[in-house]
Design a protein around this ligand. Structure first.
Ligand SMILES: *[C@@H]1O[C@H](CO)[C@@H](O)[C@H](O)[C@H]1NC(C)=O
Ligand SMILES: *[C@@H]1O[C@H](CO)[C@@H](O)[C@H](O)[C@H]1NC(C)=O
Ligand SMILES: *[C@@H]1O[C@H](CO)[C@@H](O)[C@H](O)[C@H]1NC(C)=O
Ligand SMILES: *[C@@H]1O[C@H](CO)[C@@H](O)[C@H](O)[C@H]1NC(C)=O
Ligand SMILES: *[C@@H]1O[C@H](CO)[C@@H](O)[C@H](O)[C@H]1NC(C)=O
Ligand SMILES: *[C@@H]1O[C@H](CO)[C@@H](O)[C@H](O)[C@H]1NC(C)=O
Ligand SMILES: *[C@@H]1O[C@H](CO)[C@@H](O)[C@H](O)[C@H]1NC(C)=O
Ligand SMILES: *[C@@H]1O[C@H](CO)[C@@H](O)[C@H](O)[C@H]1NC(C)=O
Ligand SMILES: *[C@@H]1O[C@H](CO)[C@@H](O)[C@H](O)[C@H]1NC(C)=O
Ligand SMILES: *[C@@H]1O[C@H](CO)[C@@H](O)[C@H](O)[C@H]1NC(C)=O
Ligand SMILES: CC(=O)N[C@H]1CO[C@H](CO)[C@@H](O)[C@@H]1O
Length: 863
């Protein structure tokens, strides 16, 4: 365009001028282009996201990926925004040659380096966002050289060390986010000099063990103060009064004491100080600006009564004050607050009642007011709330009859009004088709158990115990899949349907002298029906015998056995008898991450692992996959005894081992600690098992989820690995889980490799050497053993520091150090630097044989 411009004018002055314009323009343009290309050259870009960044590209560089230009004074790069592109490599300061660059966002990438201090030569840079990378090292005092910065976001990295005084010199800073890092030490008072600060986030720095400096009260522009989940202790400073602009205050999960002063927090939108040790009275004035949406004071030591004014806070959605020492009348206005969704006030000493006007709280979803002194009746208005999902008000003084509509909310799932003084009949319950749990225990209900309960198809927990119910147990209830059915201590009578009795602990029915039939002290009154029942029973016994016989006959590997009449299907490779009730117990009590130990009625113990059947494959294919891993026979691999499954769940049944998991043993009492020789044996056994499944066994399998909870110990402390190769059963996606056992490359490499198992094994070795659990520090806080050990060794220059002092002795120290060395090799960040499993086995065998040799040499000498 400039060239065309040249031809149109012949006046030399104009020519000279336009030439001058042309050259300066293209000069800066060239500089910008070259700077960007140099910036790119130092970056690893695995997805080729910066393919447009090229000289050959027909695009102007302002149109390159992530670049924004300003139009004043002419076209210049003002912003580079390259978030979430999986970039790594070096962040080069060549961008500082871009004269108008104000904004650099490289968040959510994989940059693995110290804080790029050289960017302080970018004199115009106002925003630097390096959040969610792998930035490590300390924040140097020279951070003060970033004089123009307004926004500094280093959150979710591995930044460690102290917060430097130099930070106080960044007087233009409006946003400072250092959350989710590994900062330590005290927060320096200079933080109070950042007078422009609007957002301050030091949350989730569990090693930041500090008081909140009182200078923070000078930050009168501060709107967001986020200090949750760190190590703050001491009193909440009274200077908080100065935080007049504060909208969001989060101090939860620290160790703070003192009280929250009144009036200072009048414009708050969200206040969370839960799980501290804060005392004093309710922070009055907290909604005086009528802006409060969420209030959480739970699990503190608050006392006194709530001001009635909180009931007039029209913006409030979440109100959580449970587990404190509050008393007095609960503000009645809260119950009809127009936007309220959650009211949690359990475990206090509130009095008061739930008014009928609760029907006006049309957004109300959850009410938990257990263990207080509420009285009066359960109001009719409650049943009119369309969104109510949980109503839990046990252990109060509610009385009178239940309103007939009390279960009319269509999404109601959990009702617990046990241990009150309610009376009258239990109304017919039909409309709450989502009801899962109903507890009416410990009241004075009379009349019969309503048959309509049988129409609530998802009801699994029904506790009607300790009332004055009469009549018989409706046989219709057999159609429910009840996991808990407690009708003990009523005045029930008559015959109990067999399927309701079988498998249920007798204690669920006890205290009803009138109940009769098989399993009860009294037979039911004789007559033709009794003959009929006997015949039926005989038939049933025959059927059972036939079933048992067929079970016995089919005890052979890979024989299919459909044992349950419902949707449960199963296949056993070992003679097992498992009732549906036993399975329901597992359904309801086990968690997906743990192996659940189940005691069978035969007295046998088995271990059950619950998996979600998320992969849509036929049962034939599923059986083939489970067989693949069940066929493995190795002394260090757990045996799979069979499995049961529905369309939703899979239960893998493992043999039970006697001494729990390695994870459990790591926390044994000092006297019961596993000695070093035992630990070495465990390490070797695990390595051999891993090598067996991945090298010798066909098909080759990778473990993919090795951790100390999955290493089970038998009575001789022989290790047995479990939970392996689950990707074969639940599919790739569902088997993925991330923990500090997971190799770093797992984040970006799709293909599972032996190196990843070696990494996990290295973490287990660290646990054995240090006696520490991998993800849980000595006092239960979360923890990353690999990081901690590397850091400790780096800092102290002494590997001895990390060895388990509980078992350390002169004789085993050198072996422990050698093993530590193997562990550190196994957890090398670069996968190709890790040893193979066979190398690991050789190295461990070498340590074991040399220590055996050493001890046998010592003996004759001392003799
Ligand atoms: C960027 O591309 C748009 C259309 O794709 C075009 O209109 C614009 O002129 C280009 N910008 C520059 C500086 O080349
Ligand atoms: C930094 O980037 C992250 C992720 O891209 C974003 O969530 C965050 O809001 C940014 N920080 C600031 C202060 O804008
Ligand atoms: C709180 O302080 C107690 C000792 O007073 C300590 O045991 C605990 O670990 C601290 N908790 C946190 C989250 O810092
Ligand atoms: C009920 O609340 C009191 C304090 O008000 C507490 O001491 C008690 O442990 C609570 N009971 C239960 C079962 O949580
Ligand atoms: C109902 O409340 C009682 C008493 O607080 C408690 O013991 C019981 O576990 C609760 N039931 C359910 C299903 O939550
Ligand atoms: C059944 O109810 C009775 C009486 O309330 C109680 O003692 C017993 O513990 C309950 N059983 C279970 C398993 O909840
Ligand atoms: C019991 O298990 C069933 C699954 O069949 C589940 O829907 C229900 O929520 C469980 N009940 C309790 C009280 O955990
Ligand atoms: C599961 O697979 C069957 C065929 O194999 C298909 O008809 C069905 O839609 C699939 N269901 C889901 C939820 O993917
Ligand atoms: C980055 O890598 C991860 C892991 O390989 C992948 O899941 C993600 O999609 C990648 N992100 C982008 C933007 O390509
Ligand atoms: C320990 O020091 C080495 C080199 O001295 C370094 O590469 C490594 O990142 C450091 N590790 C930690 C956790 O600080
Ligand atoms: C420490 C520990 O739990 N040891 C047990 C291992 O298992 C055997 C056999 O069950 C027990 O006798 C030990 O007490």
């Amino acid at each position: 365009m400039a060239t065309r411009f040249n031809h149109q004018f012949s006046l030399s002055l104009a020519l000279t001028f336009s030439l001058f314009f042309f050259t300066t323009f293209s000069f800066t343009e060239d500089v910008e282009l070259a700077s960007l290309l140099r910036f790119k050259a130092s970056i690893d870009d695995p997805k080729n996201s910066l393919s447009r960044w090229s000289k050959a590209s027909s695009l102007h560089h302002c149109n390159w990926t992530g670049i924004t230009c300003t139009r004043a004074p002419s076209l210049y790069v003002s912003s580079i925004n390259l978030q979430s592109l999986n970039l790594s490599g070096e962040i080069s300061d060549s961008v500082c040659n871009l004269p108008y660059l104000t904004h650099l966002d490289l968040s959510q990438n994989l940059f693995n380096q110290p804080i790029p201090l050289h960017l302080s030569s970018c004199l115009t840079l106002e925003t630097l966002n390096l959040s969610a990378n792998l930035i490590w090292g300390t924040i140097p005092d020279q951070i003060s050289e970033f004089t123009a910065l307004r926004v500094l976001d280093l959150s979710s990295n591995h930044v460690e060390g102290k917060i430097p005084e130099g930070l106080g010199l960044l007087s233009n800073l409006q946003v400072l986010n250092l959350g989710s890092n590994l900062l330590t030490g005290l927060v320096p008072p200079v933080i109070g000099k950042l007078s422009e600060l609007v957002v301050l986030d030091l949350s989730e720095n569990s090693y930041l063990v500090s008081e909140i400096p009182s200078s923070i009260g000078k930050l009168d522009k501060l709107e967001h103060l986020l200090l949750q989940r760190s190590g703050f202790h001491g009193a909440v400073p009274t200077s908080f009064v100065g935080l007049t602009s504060l909208k969001v205050l989060d101090l939860c999960l620290n160790n703070l004491t003192g009280s929250i002063g009144p009036s200072s927090l009048k414009n708050l939108v969200s206040l969370d100080v839960s799980q501290n040790k804060i005392t004093g009275s309710f922070p009055s004035g907290v909604c005086s600006g009528n802006s409060l949406v969420s209030l959480s004071l739970h699990s503190n030591l608050f006392e006194g009564s709530l001001p009635n004014s909180i009931g007039e806070c029209l913006t409030l959605e979440r109100f959580q004050v449970q587990e404190n020492g509050f008393s007095g009348e609960f503000p009645v206005g809260l119950w009809s607050s127009p936007k309220i969704k959650i009211i949690r006030a359990g475990n206090n000493q509130f009095t008061g009642h739930v008014p009928d006007s609760v029907s006006l709280a049309s957004s109300l979803e959850q009410v938990e007011i257990d263990n207080n002194s509420f009285t009066n009746t359960i109001p009719h208005g409650l049943g009119l709330i369309k969104n109510l999902y949980k109503f839990s008000a046990s252990e109060n003084g509610f009385n009178g009859e239940l309103p007939p509509n009390f279960c009319d909310s269509p999404v109601l799932s959990i009702v617990n009004i046990s241990h009150n003084t309610l009376s009258g009949k239990i109304p017919e319950i039909k409309n709450c088709k989502k009801l899962v749990s109903l507890s009416l225990a410990g009241n004075a209900f009379t009349g019969e158990i309503p048959k309509s309960l049988a129409e609530l198809h998802v009801l699994t927990y029904l506790d009607l115990s300790a009332n004055k119910l009469t009549g018989s147990i409706p046989p219709e209830l057999q159609s429910l899949k009840l996991a808990l059915f407690n009708v003990s201590y009523n005045k029930l009578s008559g015959e109990v349907a067999p399927s309701l009795v079988s498998g249920l602990p007798a204690s669920f029915l006890q205290g009803n002298p009138g109940l009769c039939g098989p399993g009860f002290p009294h037979p039911c009154s004789s007559g033709r029906s009794s003959f009929f029942h006997k015949a039926l029973l005989l038939l049933l016994i025959c059927l059972l015998l036939a079933l048992a016989a067929s079970l016995f006959v089919s005890y052979r590997y890979y024989r299919k056995k459909a044992q349950f009449k419902s949707t449960w299907r199963s296949e056993f490779y070992y003679p097992l008898r498992l009732t549906e009730q036993e399975l329901m117990k597992v359904v309801n009590e086990s968690s997906p991450s743990d192996v659940y130990v189940l005691s069978l009625s035969s007295g046998e113990l088995i271990a059950v692992k619950k998996l979600v059947n998320s992969r849509n494959i036929s049962s034939k294919a599923l059986k083939a996959e489970v067989r693949t891993i069940a066929k493995i026979r190795h002394k260090n691999v757990i045996r799979i005894l069979g499995f049961c499954f529905t369309d939703e769940l899979i239960f893998l049944i493992y043999e039970h081992t006697h001494n729990g998991s390695l994870h459990d043993m790591l926390l044994s009492k000092p006297g019961d600690q596993l000695q070093w020789s035992v630990r070495l044996k465990i390490a070797l056994g695990v390595a051999q098992a891993l090598a067996y499944i991945s090298k010798d066994y066909v098909p080759h399998l990778l473990h993919r989820n090795l951790k100390s909870t999955n290493i089970l110990l038998d009575k001789d402390f022989e290790p047995k690995i479990s939970d392996f190769a689950l990707d074969h059963i639940v599919g790739e996606a569902a088997s993925q889980s991330y923990s500090c056992y997971t190799a770093p490359e797992n984040n970006y490499s799709k293909k599972a490799t032996e190196e990843m198992d070696v990494y996990s094994f290295g973490v287990v070795l660290l646990e054995l050497v240090t006696g520490q659990r991998a993800e849980e520090g000595a006092s239960g806080e979360s923890f990353d053993i690999a990081k901690q050990v590397r850091r400790k060794i780096n800092l102290t220059d002494g590997a001895e520091q990390v060895l388990d002092q509980k078992i350390l002795s002169n004789s085993c120290q050198s072996d422990m150090l050698k093993t530590l060395d193997i562990a550190l090799n196994c957890i090398a960040v670069a996968a190709e630097k890790r040893p193979s499993l066979l190398q690991v086995i050789k190295a461990l065998q070498c340590i074991i044989s040399s220590s055996v040799a050493a001890s046998s040499e010592e003996l004759p000498v001392s003799a």
